[in-house]
Design a protein around this ligand. Sequence first.
Ligand SMILES: [Zn+2]
Ligand SMILES: [Zn+2]
Length: 318
Amino acid sequence: MARHDAEAFHATEHDQPATELGDAVRRLHEEGRYATALDLVLRQLRDVGPSEDAFFWATTLLFTTQHATGPDVAEPVPRERRSNPYFAPVATECAACARFWFSSHPALANVRLNVANPIGVQCQSCRYSLCRACYDPADARCPEPGCRGTLGVPVLPTGRPQGSPANPFTEKLEHVLILWRNTPVDREEAEFLVDLACTWQDRAGIVVRSQVNQADERDGETSERRMGLVLVGLYERLGQISEGGLLERTRVVPIMSPGHGRRLVLVTAAPETGPASQLSGPVRYLLSDDEDSENGDGIGGSAGAGSGRRRRWFRRRR
Ligand SMILES: [Zn+2]
Ligand SMILES: [Zn+2]
């Protein structure tokens, strides 16, 4: 019998919420500034890593703002923000359709559970979960082979193993290269892609770079990947990635970016020792080829890839 909570965060009894984060989040929550409050929590998870306090506030915000979209809400939480992989450990995912939701338990354990009309149900022994649309109330037996549990409430987090699995890598990052095809990558999308491809990896002081993918589309993904890897090798030769980065520490993650099309993200981890393992400070975004120099420090958000000065490392085959 499988257990369905492999990705979930297992909170112990929560008795001491974070004071500093808690004060800030509580104030923003009272003002209806839910999106900003959730951003604070996201930043804490990115910078400090998973913690009971951060997940307590994430769950509280994501649960209480689930239906807060009216005109009197100053800042509703956009749907894409809810699907950020940093919140996956406190989400519950439907085993049938991969829809996910946030449950009041365990963050609001002292609030009476809404048993009459739950968003979904869960096997009380293996956490197999079904959303309301996929659940047949006439049959409460757990569908998991070998499990004799019953579907019901409370519903605890399962993580999102089908939707956006949390990245299993946890090492320090050194360099991220994003290749694009038709629309250039801006700062907001770059953050989204790094969240998705590099969840839980320490990104302090790293360079996030984006470049146009000049491999011929007709040659397929293998040649696109090869072009990315050649670029990583080039940055290694230029000393911008530490030795062995290309062969030992780079992985390629293809991502369909909503509204922007396919991106190829090449993630290079930092070596265990040496200067790159000690990187600190803010992330440097070099998102257009014109800024692709050592002087392009910290410039983000400009999508100047249309400019004619684009360097061509590769000539297209015709
Ligand atoms: Zn479902
Ligand atoms: Zn079960």
